[in-house]
Ligand binder design. Sequence first.
Ligand code: VG1
Ligand code: CO
Length: 542
Amino acid sequence: MNRTISVSPFSDQKPGTSGLRKKVPVFQKTGYTEAFIQSIFDSLDGFEGKSLVIGGDGRFYNREVIQTAIRMAAANGFGRVLVGQGGILSTPAASHLIRKTKAFGGLILSASHNPGGPTEDFGIKYNISNGGPAPEKITEEIHARSQVIDRYMIADFDDVDLDLIGTFEAGGMAIEVVDPVSDYADLMETLFDFDAIRTMVAGGFKVAFDAMHAVTGPYASEILVRRIGVDPALVFNATPLEDFGGHHPDPNLVHAKALYDLMMGPDAPDFGAASDGDGDRNLIIGKGVFVTPSDSLAMLAANAHLAPGYKDGLKGIARSMPTSGAADRVAAKLGVEMHETPTGWKFFGNLLDAGRCTICGEESAGTGSDHVREKDGLWAVLLWLNILAARRQSVKQIVEDHWAEYGRTYYSRHDYEAIETDKANELMAALEETLDTMAGRQTGSMVVERADSFTYHDPVDGSVSRNQGIRIFFEGGSRLVFRLSGTGTSGATLRVYMERYEPDSARHDQETQAALAPLIEAAENLAGIAGRTGRTAPTVIT
Ligand code: VG1
Ligand code: CO
């Protein structure tokens, strides 16, 4: 039986960079989760009788929301839901499942790299039929709908046994509980030369992987250990936990410090990697060398043709605006299109669908390709391994060769987390006001060439996205970017992105923060971060 239940709108249901993210107790408010899911369904047309994919990163509250979403899908008229066993689907695996089964769309339950637990973060994101995050037009409709919603529809039936693979029927709808790993693992085998990687690993090449107690554990166990032969003792934290063991499942040098220390130590394996809560991010570290995500994008693009799935070359490359220009030089050399989009994977979907790029990436440890419509952590790991197997060189050699050929872009992001929202907004507004008079301004040894607020014109559908971050370009090619995060759940996070291009290979071995010192100083001078926020140092440096 279906029920229609009255609900009042919640004022804070505006999706951010990647869906709606809030603390668990917010999602637990009576009617809150239901009102948001109903707002999603009410914003869509034509799903009657069609399929919906549902899965999440396994964090606290995942199973409860999946049961609710299944009952609501039935009451709203979906014909079938596909749900990952145990409620688990990594974000890229969900994207693949939507595409493979030609589903109408999917609900991905995740707050990505944010901590999980009863008082930590949860999130809900809607993906469209191409497997990618809903574009802004749809997320804006969902938000508008959430502000006037007055009822939701839900079917009455018992909880589905999420742990049992099989097809069930309830509320007039088919419910398929599927293996979350096998389809995705098979897709990876079509893209990469598993034989070559297996041979390299069997020959003594050591691979370490940290799943951070998050969703990639089962994927790494199947793909890296079982299909490739990686030593299971080097696959760390492979059991997904609802609270990620109390850690941030964020694969950066702060939260994946244990892996970093291992890779920098005397007994370092040859290759180390980690992924985030929902499996779409990647961290790549060679023996004694960390590869920045912006560099990784450029290096993967330059070498992708060595993997079977990309042997015909790339159609183009896309990167988010704050990502460094390293990939641009690869695109120029390859003679392919280069696109610069706002932060967030939803902006790559149109370019990928239109065949205007093959590889995409973000400075925030996200890389991916046209095989799905999300960034993909294990894909990046496997592409690196395929390249290493084909080139028979170390990560360090590949990195140094790349810099020698293309020059090096020193790059860093400084995050100021949980600052007061008003103060963060004031800082951005003040910067915006100085944009017109910024050109020619001298700060320390640096001179501003031009400055603007980034606006994106989508070349495929013509849509326009404004206010995507403040860019300050300096004479000599250095750049500063300021923007506020759209994924946080408490206060505001100011992100300051810095890059400096260094063509001279005699100067490629500087320490990054030292190489960027003039830009760090310029950021403070131009934005007055300390004065406006009371913070004299960033919370996280990546
Ligand atoms: C951050 C990153 C962005 C990424 C987004 C979602 O967004 O900067 O590059 O696409 O997270 O990634 P923001 O608005 O906080 O800067 V994930 O792995 O959290 O889904
Ligand atoms: Co993520």
